[in-house]
Design a protein around this ligand. Structure first.
Ligand SMILES: Cc1cc2nc3c(=O)[nH]c(=O)nc-3n(C[C@H](O)[C@H](O)[C@H](O)COP(=O)(O)OP(=O)(O)OC[C@H]3O[C@@H](n4cnc5c(N)ncnc54)[C@H](O)[C@@H]3O)c2cc1C
Length: 394
């Protein structure tokens, strides 16, 4: 490591220690900008000081609210935050998906208008891509966007809108020309969710939770200047945004500060629940599966580092599909091994017979089933890899 990077690490460590409030350390809520979720004082303060320093979006240019950090400096900030247990000050679709997309495709006016707001966490963003008949076949989307001179009028429906009930703004892929071939009549537009023409209806899951919504657009209005990229060429812009999303799931997005999930030590859990035989976990098959997972995870982390170092933008392009597929596999396998190690204690839903960690493990297992679906399923990523990376025939 160069001396200047070592100095940067030292000043970063001291600054974080002095400025990260105790209530913003350890597990807890990470803001994503929603005006509908009240922040605790320490969390709000942490967001404010980090935004002032440009570290909510460390690699963005300073004129748009960033700190213009290099990739190496970005990683130092992430590592030092992790050592301190500092939570990311801001996360979500604003700083990680639509922000870098505006940075790449927006006009100067759009960048000046939106990026500083995004960096300060003013507004929680939702993603309006999927429709009932347009999931994997996203280009089949039907939501209409009609040019009415000084504004756009929107009619249609989106589904699986994560956090829809707390959203302030939504970026939508919409059909601006129904007469063109399906990939050529699409645009990406930003829409204010707090208007009479936008209605959300939570989708209640069997667990009782409603993590996502149906979102209805009934004569909703979008400003003319909020179309990102050229009209009818939104497919390319929308696909790039998906790469930013997948790069978050693949752990290689360097736009916002990323959430570093603290992994539980599976060997420790297994020793406790399965038991120890001659100093080793008392299940040879489990040991073997765990060993492979630990080796693969280490190799994956090294690959993430290499990809980050090699990528100019804040996310790579096609490599995101590879990293997303593998990341989803490892996440699911880790949750499965965790369940296996817990045995019958790993299938509790509620009740006195289970402690909090055991109940959380059940929830985590169920939650991880979705990682190979959201952001584009693993099957679709494999199609992309086959066609675009390996050049195989359609
Ligand atoms: C937790 C979660 C959060 C989400 N949040 C959002 C959000 O905020 N905003 C949003 O817009 N969307 C969101 N989604 C939707 C997500 O993007 C879609 O679920 C996903 O793209 C798949 O679409 P689908 O559900 O319509 O499945 P379908 O497209 O109907 O696919 C069904 C199955 O068929 C397979 N399949 C389909 N076509 C092919 C093919 N050509 N080749 C091989 N296999 C194929 C798929 O892989 C899948 O297994 C979310 C989904 C989840 C699970």
């Amino acid at each position: 490591m160069t001396t200047s990077l070592q100095q940067f690490r030292e000043t970063t460590r001291v600054w974080l220690e002095e400025n990260c409030p105790s209530g913003a350390r350890g597990p807890g809520f990470i803001p994503w900008g929603s005006s509908k979720i009240e922040l605790k004082e320490d969390t709000r303060r942490w967001l404010q000081v980090m935004a002032e320093k440009g570290w909510t979006v460390p690699t963005w240019p300073t004129e748009y609210g960033g700190a213009a950090l290099s990739k190496a400096e970005y990683l130092v900030v992430q590592e030092e935050m992790q050592k301190l247990g500092a939570r990311p000050p801001l996360t979500g679709r604003g700083v990680n998906y639509i922000g870098p997309t505006i940075l790449e495709f927006g006009t100067e006016e759009q960048k000046a208008m939106w990026l500083p707001r995004l960096a300060r966490g003013e507004g929680g963003w939702c993603m309006g891509y999927s429709e009932p008949a347009a999931g994997s076949d996203l280009a089949n989307l039907q939501m209409r966007d009609i040019d009415e001179g000084d504004h756009y009028r929107l009619n249609g429906m989106k589904i699986w809108t994560s956090d829809g009930m707390y959203g302030d703004l939504i970026f939508c892929l919409v059909r601006t020309d129904p007469d063109k071939p399906k990939h050529e009549g699409i645009s990406l537009v930003l829409v204010d969710m707090d208007q009479p023409g936008v209605r959300v209806r939570p989708i209640q899951l069997i667990s009782g939770d409603s993590p996502f919504c149906e979102t209805f657009f009934e004569d909703a209005i979008a400003a003319k200047h909020d179309l990102i990229g050229p009209v009818n060429q939104g497919w390319a812009v929308g696909k790039r945004l998906l790469q930013y999303e997948r790069s978050v799931h693949g752990g290689v997005n360097t736009s916002g500060a990323q959430v570093q999930a603290k992994e539980k030590s599976l060997p420790d859990i297994a020793r406790h629940y399965i038991g120890i035989d001659k100093g080793r976990i008392a299940d040879a098959d489990f040991r073997e599966r765990l060993l492979h997972l630990e080796m693969d995870t280490r190799a994956y982390k090294l690959t993430q580092r290499r990809v980050i170092a090699e990528t100019q933008a804040s996310a790579p392009a096609l490599a995101t599909s590879i990293l997303k597929v593998k990341g989803a596999e490892f996440t699911k396998l880790r949750a499965e091994l965790h369940q296996f190690a817990l045995g019958s204690q790993g299938s509790g839903w509620r009740g006195d017979g289970f402690n909090e960690d055991e109940l959380n493990a059940t929830k985590a297992f169920l939650t991880t089933r979705a990682v190979s679906i959201y952001g584009g399923t693993s099957e679709i990523q494999k199609n992309i890899i086959a066609k675009r990376v390996l050049g195989l025939l359609d």
